[in-house]
Design a protein around this ligand. Structure first.
Ligand code: NAI
Length: 409
């Protein structure tokens, strides 16, 4: 028996073990306060613990009120130098208040998700924002907000956009969300994916991962897009591509992964067949228009844990999972992303935060430097016991020579 709720996650996060061993000695965050806003699940617990081991005083708060695991919060909060602004089952108001209270602690570094803390610091705590040394943003949606802030010229400190880093989006978005979204849909519905017509809205990193994994389970996949190049990519990857107007009539399972709002609207809901399952893997609870479901339905029921059934006047039953919030993070069976992918994502954020302490950057949104991303990849390969080739001197010379006479083109 153990009272340590993150013992299992730790086993699947070997990069963090390696970071703890190295930075637990050098303590780069000594005398530094770090705020973390994230889904407060087991893997995030390991990140917070690693920051603390590396010398930081850590304050943490949820980035989504529904995904908090109370046992993780209690375990971390009981440690000296780690303070929770969180509890399981917070209302939207309490969630927002907690973030503001955390900002009153005047953190120096922010590790953010959805730009929750960075946005609020700029909007409501300008005196705090002016003293923040830097931030690191985890998500696509957060980076979009930061780009808007930069465009308006209001961003007060440097922020690394971790989502744009290859070690984040090529693994976390594609494999982490791909696998965990489908796993949660399967567990919640206890229905087969094999043979189902699965509609995926958005063919970015997340949508592509879901579509490929659904097809490998035997689904007949349909992709909807607004970007013609992404639509063509989906087509050439072998998925059926069509508008949501058309897909709404054909799908049995719908999964949104666009990052934008109202992708499934009233006109689509009106066309869906009896028994359709609706889930969101994008941001917050805005991709499936909940107000439209409520307007169209004459009644709702809860036929299974994590499922809200909307009863339509024409006897169709539409099944919404996890109340339209992130199905892989907020459903009753969700544990967040697999530890291995959060290990790489959080390692990128951790290394970027260490870099902010020593690199002199002006205010603005930055890519995580390639050297940091590669260092995380190297560390990961090392934990896997894998070695790769080094380019030879001859190859380096060949690659850098552009003169026709030298290369023999
Ligand atoms: P992305 O930018 O690579 O892909 C989004 C795609 O959606 C783009 O191809 C875009 O053209 C398409 N799109 C936009 N509006 C659309 C519409 N109305 N209909 C159909 N397609 C549309 O972004 P990525 O990395 O795939 O992330 C997507 C969303 O998933 C973001 O909100 C991100 O924050 C979220 N996310 C969720 C995770 C989770 O754990 N559930 C993990 C990682 C990201």
């Amino acid at each position: 028996m153990t009272d340590d709720p993150i013992v299992w996650a730790r086993d699947y996060m070997p990069i963090h073990q390696s970071l703890s061993a190295e930075y637990g000695e050098s303590k780069p965050f000594e005398n530094c306060t770090v705020a973390v806003a994230s889904h407060l699940e087991y893997n995030t617990g390991v990140l917070i613990e690693t920051l603390h081991t590396a010398g930081a005083e850590v304050f943490f708060t949820p980035s989504e009120p529904e995904s908090t695991k109370g046992e993780v919060v209690e375990y971390l909060d009981a440690q000296n130098g780690i303070t929770a602004y969180a509890e399981e089952g917070m209302s939207n108001e309490a969630f927002s208040e907690a973030q503001h209270s955390l900002l009153d602690e005047r953190p120096e570094i922010i590790l953010d998700d959805g730009s929750e803390l960075i946005g609020k610091a700029h909007e409501c705590h300008p005196d705090v924002a002016s003293e923040i040394r830097g931030g690191v943003e985890q998500t696509t949606a957060g980076i979009t907000r930061l780009e808007a802030m930069e465009e308006e010229g209001v961003l007060q400190f440097p922020v690394y956009g971790a989502n744009n880093s290859p070690m984040k989006h090529r693994f976390d978005n594609v494999h982490g969300t791909g696998e965990s979204a489908l796993t949660n849909i399967a567990i919640t519905t206890n229905a087969l994916i094999a043979g189902k017509r699965v509609v995926i809205a958005g063919y970015g990193y997340v949508g592509r991962g879901i579509a490929q994994k659904a097809r490998s389970l035997g689904a007949r996949t349909i992709v909807t897009e607004v970007d013609p190049r992404k639509a063509l990519e989906a087509h050439m990857d072998g998925h059926d591509v069509m508008s949501m107007d058309e897909a709404a009539k054909r799908g049995e399972v719908f999964i949104t992964a666009t990052g934008t709002s109202s992708v499934i609207r009233e006109e689509h809901i009106a066309e869906m067949e009896d028994g359709a399952v609706l889930a969101n893997a994008g941001h917050f609870d805005v991709e499936i228009e909940l107000s439209a479901l409520n307007v169209l339905a004459e009644d709702t029921s809860k036929p299974a844990k994590g499922v809200t059934r909307y009863h339509m006047p024409d006897d169709r039953r539409l099944n919404l999972l996890a109340e339209g919030r992130l199905v892989n993070l907020t459903g009753p069976f969700s544990k967040g992303h697999p530890g291995e992918v959060m290990d790489t994502t959080f390692a990128v954020m951790f290394e970027a935060a260490v870099d902010l302490l020593t690199t002199d950057l002006t205010a603005g949104l930055y890519q995580v430097p390639d050297r940091l991303d590669r260092a995380v990849a190297d560390r990961k390969l090392e934990t896997l016991g894998k070695t790769i080739d080094e380019p030879t001197d001859e190859q380096r010379t060949y690659d850098s020579d552009w003169r026709e006479t030298d290369t023999g083109f």
